[in-house]
Design a protein around this ligand. Structure first.
Ligand code: PEP
Length: 287
């Protein structure tokens, strides 16, 4: 499985060092692949902080052009030079607020792959589309367009994150069965575009959107779900951070058990201890 944190527009350089200083030892034994996708200004600091560890570095976008007059954008070479391995492409916040389209997603994906970056491609329907019975249509379209021109032998570099827009940062999580069935639509689309084996074995598909302690374990145990993309809900309020800090200190003393993500950090804990340490405001993800 692959668990990726999407920091969104959170964490200064100093906060990045502090957070990763805590995270690195805690995930040293993680069985899942751990990725942090950080803002551009934190990439260098994050790269320093995770050097020699099992944490992989990701960015939150990449432009398709090699270089040039694209104010505010970032190129693949610029990311690669900083040690970036993964890049989120087509996050719904980019689609909603910054005019990202299926076409620009595809351009970014092709450039990322050509340059050796691994794309985490976000797809997902809005509430309106869901209520209008268009989930399949939207996901088939987004997946097909994003993968246009991608070779079969590049598929193992691709991660797809199924993120229903209505679930992102809203506290509304998809049910495990629904997420599983919807991800099956994406996998089936890949099977038709390439081959069933490619869809089964090459592409990892995550679920993302308000994962919470109660639902995460079930979601992550579903056969179609290969991991999670987790956003910044737990970073929103300082009081949550403080509470999470204290829970983390207790948790540190525990021996290896299960993993969860607390304040965007992957933490290892014995399952029995979860209820003693966690509050319902914490964003906790059991894998
Ligand atoms: C995300 O932004 O990718 C995400 C899943 O956000 P959240 O976990 O905050 O819903």
């Amino acid at each position: 499985p692959i668990i990726a944190g999407n920091w969104k527009m959170n964490n200064t350089k100093a906060q990045t060092y502090a957070l990763l200083n805590d995270l690195v030892p805690l995930v040293a034994d993680a069985e899942a692949e751990v990725v942090i996708c950080v803002p551009y200004t934190s990439i260098w600091a994050a790269g320093e902080a995770i050097k020699g560890t099992n944490i992989h570095l990701g960015a939150e976008n990449v432009h398709w052009a090699e270089k040039g007059a694209f104010t505010g954008e970032i190129s693949a070479d610029m990311l690669l030079e900083q040690g970036v391995e993964y890049v989120i492409i087509g996050h719904s916040e980019r689609r909603q607020y910054f005019g990202e389209t299926d076409e620009t997603v595809n351009k970014r994906v092709l450039t990322a792959l050509a340059k050796g970056l691994k794309p985490i491609i976000c797809v997902g329907e809005t509430l309106e589309e869901r209520e209008g019975g268009k989930v399949e249509e939207v996901l088939v379209r987004q997946t097909t367009e994003a993968l246009k021109g991608v070779d079969k032998d590049q598929l193992d570099k691709i991660v797809i994150a199924y993120e229903p827009v209505w679930a992102i940062g809203t506290g509304k999580t998809a049910t495990a069965q629904d997420a599983n069935d919807t991800i099956a639509i994406i996998r089936n689309t890949i099977a038709k575009l390439y081959c069933p084996k490619c869809a089964e074995e090459k592409v990892r598909i995550q679920y993302g959107g308000s994962l919470n302690p109660k639902k995460a374990k079930e979601l992550m145990s579903m056969p179609q779900i290969d991991g999670g993309l987790i956003g910044g809900a737990s970073l929103k309020a300082e009081d949550q951070v403080q509470r999470l800090k204290s829970c983390k200190i207790k948790i540190k003393a525990l021996r290896k058990g299960r993993f969860f993500i607390c304040n965007s950090k992957l933490i290892i804990i014995k399952e029995d201890d979860l209820k003693n340490h966690l509050t319902d405001t914490a964003s906790v993800y059991i894998i």
